[in-house]
Write a protein that binds this ligand. Structure first.
Ligand code: ADP
Ligand code: NA
Length: 330
């Protein structure tokens, strides 16, 4: 039996992925290469839904792709590509936009959140139709499942509705994708504000552990992480969100269950604990950073890897689009 197909994307909107992106997305993608026919894309078309400098976009797209390979995605075992290298994404998005009701699109809550930053009337129509482009990303490859966090559930429902509507109006074509909930999506919080999620839009870089940070800054950020008054290493999200976050990080990186970590640091205070968390981060990030730097220094090699994925993605996407065009009447 063919392995189920899965599709996932990540935006090239920063010069490095952070620990949240790594644990919540990138790291989960690696083992899925063994169990799924996996398609992973750097979604640069999504990135321009907010004003984006072309040089930044070009650089960040390459850095993102290099980090994916460096973190363990294998172009022989999965299809890793850049969204804009496959024109069919835009083409299918237009057709799906024409199938989406204004009211239906208006109910997408993520647009309201994202647009609130600069005012709804200043937001682009692209930001408004962002979930429809996402639907196109998924349907183009006839993905059976899509790994989704809680914030993406609504978008996956829209994708399923659009697939069903297309199939009903034009004839059976699209696979309805099911949500795939990875075993445990770690919610990593900001080191300086443990009540907010670690995010590239955080106010202070001291709160974010970047995959491409050098060991020095990584250690410094962990050692200066906001903890709580008291000195006991306990998992208590309510009263010790900072310590709990560090425990979650160390557990995720070392595979040691949290209760075991709590027992290990009993009576030891925060110092030793933080030092160990810092080492776990440095040990995980350093080889990935070194491989990323090597790939970025060898433009031809990165181009070659992306060409492999682009070719395979275009083949599958074009197969779908030929059928779509025919059904729509083009
Ligand atoms: P950001 O919040 O920095 O803008 P994105 O929204 O681009 O990051 O997230 C890309 C991926 O990384 C998503 O799959 C998301 O679930 C995951 N992710 C981002 N931040 C975190 C976090 N703090 N903890 C866990 N996963 C995260
Ligand atoms: Na985000």
């Amino acid at each position: 039996m063919a392995r189920p197909r899965v599709l996932s994307g990540i935006q090239p909107t920063a010069d490095s992925f952070h620990l949240g992106n790594y644990l919540g997305a990138v790291r989960q993608w690696v083992p899925m290469q063994e169990t799924h026919d996996a398609f992973y894309c750097v979604v640069d078309l999504h990135a321009i839904t907010v004003p984006t400098d072309p040089a930044d976009l070009r650089r960040r797209t390459r850095v993102a792709a290099a980090q994916l390979f460096a973190a363990g995605l294998d172009p022989e075992r999965s299809t890793v590509f850049v969204q804009s290298h496959v024109r069919q994404h835009s083409e299918l998005a237009w057709i799906l936009i024409c199938l989406t009701g204004m009211g239906e699109a208006g109910r997408m809550t993520q647009f309201k959140d994202k647009a609130a930053k600069f005012g709804e009337s200043a937001a682009s129509v692209g930001l408004f139709t962002y979930p429809i482009l996402q639907a196109a990303d998924i349907l183009l490859y006839q993905a059976d499942s899509v790994p989704v966090g809680a914030d993406q559930k609504q978008h996956l429902e829209l994708t399923r509705d659009l697939a069903q509507r297309f199939n009903h109006r034009y004839g059976e074509l699209f696979t309805l994708p099911a949500p795939y909930i990875p075993k445990e999506v770690e919610k990593i919080t900001d080191l300086q504000d443990p009540t907010a999620k670690m995010s590239k839009s955080s106010s202070s870089p001291a709160g974010i552990l970047d995959l491409l940070d050098q060991p020095g800054p990584l250690r410094k950020k962990v050692m200066r992480a906001v903890t709580d008054t008291g000195s006991e290493v306990l998992f208590d999200e309510e009263n010790k969100p900072g310590v709990s976050n560090l425990l979650r990080i160390q557990s995720a990186l070392t595979g040691t269950p949290i209760p075991e970590l709590v027992a290990r640091y009993e009576g030891q205070g925060y110092g030793t604990f933080k030092k160990d968390v810092a080492e776990a981060v440095v040990e995980t990030f350093t080889p990935i950073r070194e491989r990323t730097e090597k790939l970025l220094a060898d433009e031809a090699e990165l181009d070659r890897l992306l060409a492999i994925g682009g070719r395979r993605a275009r083949e599958v996407a074009e197969e779908t689009m030929e059928r779509v065009r025919d059904k729509v009447g083009f």
